[in-house]
Design a protein around this ligand. Structure first.
Ligand SMILES: [Zn+2]
Length: 500
């Protein structure tokens, strides 16, 4: 009870009583003024008490509060009957409230106050709520909702920090919101976004064949978490998760992803060898495919290693400089020899070659083994062996990947996923202030959900959002856009209140 807010009546009564006890005659004599004058002045003080003692918001008044406009409410039902005790209701002073309606509709131009006439029952103290106060109360709620939406936009779309968001709200409305409020709201919205993402697999939707998964590494404070991101072929971000222990967190994430209405057939990742194991641990039996770009990059790497690992068979005692020179020469020669074969590799992966891609790669292996084509040095033999092993391992999945892409138009690369990952990078700068992993995760869930609802204004997906492309049934999701999904729908105020 220590710091509770005292009601106005509680303050006015005792001060009135104290004023009544003043010995007016004596004070007037001592001050040398007529007693009637002093009595008159005291009366004015007594009348002004409700206004003087009204609970004020702490902090300085905004500079333009001098321009407050008094729009006196018309005295309706003067001296009406108290609904509580049947006693008479009388005027009981006035008070100022912010004109939230103007604030809502006109932004910072709307900062003004309205005067409210209080009417109170003399018998039981019941206060009749003025219609103007109801109207302003509703407008206030609508204004708060609009500010919350602005904060949501600023944090999850514009990527502004808490301080910059505060600045933005201040600029639009000339009213301050606290840093704590913005942080709390950010967290709440993030939590709700996370639960919406988790509900995605329970909504009716288009059949998705692919689950693409990758880790990204946004900078998050001193703790180096990675962020596991999963999307389907429609580009819908279905899950984000902070990864601390890969072996534990990634299988857990994969497990929660797949559900009633989302059970993909293929798992598309880069060449990280651990993914197959995570998939097994998650208890999923998806067919594991590898991203085309990473496959090509891997073959190029094998060729580069062959050139790098060239050995020199020269008599001892040759000066180092001379050895280096000969080595360079031999490398250049081999690179020149291998170049047509590498060109063939790129050709194998190019469009219209899908059906013969693996065959072409096997042809490259045969050419590498042909002594008339290329000198069978140790590094070339190693290359041949490694490329053969690569084909044994990935040949089938390469064929499947390319075939699916021809037949169903499914992706061959994780490029879509990597472009999603790049969205998170700038946000990590403003998320790093969350010391707790879960809060970071919720924050990125908010960013992901915003992106899922984002209608593209250019590019291949012009005019659609990922939610639309994936055919997520929005009734099942119970949301029509980001803001309604995180429980921040557009504020509605009764038209009667606006036009009154
Ligand atoms: Zn009453």
């Amino acid at each position: 009870m220590a710091n509770r807010i005292r009601q106005l009546d509680e303050k006015v009564k005792p001060v009135r009583a104290a004023l009544d006890q003043i010995n007016v005659e004596q004070v007037a004599r001592e001050a040398g003024v007529p007693a009637s004058t002093l009595r008159y002045d005291l009366q004015k003080v007594a009348e002004a008490l409700p206004q003087v003692l009204a609970n004020q918001k702490p902090g300085p008044e905004p500079p333009d509060s001098a321009s407050r406009i008094a729009t006196k409410t018309p005295p309706t039902e003067e001296d009406s009957v108290c609904p509580q005790c049947g006693g008479k209701v009388r005027k009981n002073g006035t008070y100022w409230v912010w004109n939230w309606l103007l604030m809502l509709t006109m932004g910072w131009l709307g900062i003004q106050k309205v005067l409210i006439q209080r009417r109170r029952c003399k018998g039981c103290g019941y206060e009749m709520v003025a219609p103007e106060r109801l109207r302003q109360g509703e407008a206030h709620q609508a204004w708060l909702q609009q500010v919350a939406r602005l904060v949501g936009l600023s944090r999850f779309k514009l990527g502004l920090s808490v301080r910059k968001t505060q600045l933005l709200v201040g600029f639009v409305y000339a009213r301050q919101v606290s840093v704590g409020y913005i942080e709390k709201l950010t967290h709440q919205v993030g939590q709700r976004a996370q639960s919406v993402l988790q509900r995605l697999n329970q909504c009716r939707q288009n059949v998705a064949l692919f689950l693409m998964y990758d880790e990204t590494f946004p900078k998050m404070s001193k703790h180096v978490y990675s962020l596991g991101v999963a999307i389907c072929e429609y580009g819908l971000i279905r899950s984000v998760r902070c990864i601390r222990h890969k072996a534990k967190d990634i299988p857990a994430q994969l497990r929660t992803l797949v559900g009633e209405n989302f059970h993909p057939t293929y798992f598309l990742t880069d060449l990280d060898v651990m993914y197959q194991e995570y998939l097994t641990q998650a208890g999923l039996t998806l067919s594991h495919l590898r991203d085309k770009v990473h496959l090509i990059r891997q073959i190029v790497r094998l060729f580069e290693e062959a050139v790098r690992d060239v050995t020199l068979d020269v008599p001892k005692g040759l000066p180092t400089k001379e050895r280096q020179h000969q080595l360079q020469l031999k490398r250049r020669l081999l690179r020149k020899r291998l170049q047509p074969l590498l060109t063939l590799v790129f050709k194998a992966f190019s469009p219209t070659y899908e059906s013969v891609c693996v065959l072409t790669l096997e042809g490259v292996v045969s050419l590498l083994q042909d002594p008339t084509m290329i000198l069978q040095t140790a590094s070339v033999q190693t290359l041949t062996r490694r490329l053969q092993r690569f084909l044994n391992k990935h040949g089938d999945t390469i064929n499947r990947l390319l075939q699916l892409s021809i037949e169903n138009g499914t992706p061959m690369t994780t490029n879509a996923l990597e472009s999603k990952n790049s969205i998170f990078k700038p946000f990590s700068r403003i998320a790093k202030f969350f010391p707790v992993l879960e809060r970071c995760e919720d924050f990125f869930a908010g960013v992901a959900l915003m992106e899922d609802f984002d209608v593209k204004t250019r590019g291949a997906h012009f005019g659609t959002s990922a939610m639309q492309r994936a055919g997520i049934n929005l009734e099942d999701l119970q949301a029509s856009d980001f803001f309604s999904a995180v429980n921040l729908p557009k504020p509605q105020i009764s038209i009667a209140y606006v036009t009154d």
